[in-house]
Design a protein. Sequence first.
Length: 250
Amino acid sequence: MSELRVTRARPGAPVPYRAPSSGGAGDPPAPDDGRAWKSRGYLSHFDQPGAVQMLTFRLADSMPKSVLAQALEITDDARRRARLEQLLDHGYGSCGLSDPRVAGVVESTLRRFDCNRYMLMAWVVMPNYVHVLIETLPTHALARVMQSWKSYTSKAANRILGRAGTFWQADYFDRVIRDERHLRSAVEYIHNNPVLAGLAVRPEDWRFSSAAAAGPTPGAGGSPALPGGDLQQHVAAHSNPARCGGTACE
């Protein structure tokens, strides 16, 4: 079984994520109360039904402890997250997701519960981490969704790779999508990750992503073709019952 090509980040190469300026579209909205905010370890998470969020979860060995410790010393939250996401493209660790069998299990798991536990908008499975954009639903809290993804895929991955032990890092990153501009930026960032990491020429060339599933967008240079209007309109378009087999999502 051939593996996906993994390359190290080139010195001076562009990084996929740029930290938003203060007050920009990348800043999470302030909730009405503190009940939506949850914390695990050093990261706080926003867990509220109906929120559109970009999530990142990574392999347990995707970042050396010494490198991670240095990144965590950055006090500014946006810059710290930017540095952590930049380090992921250095190709540290076993890169277990470079095995197409494992990447396929992860992708199929993300797609399996679309319209049931969440609305799936975009995703990419990279060699040692995953980006996914979803709208959470009232019936399934984000923490439960993430635990379900990791539990099933870690067992399957260990079986496929003939290994044992922890497969995923316990924590994850999440970023609340505030508006249409931020939504477009998030989808474009997700789709272009393989290109910016030097793994593909075009977003749709990377097999395990929503860009590949959708195919190229004519005349758009790989950028997502999103409907006009505000974020609510876009979410409504993704929540069309016809997309969920003709029935309303649970």
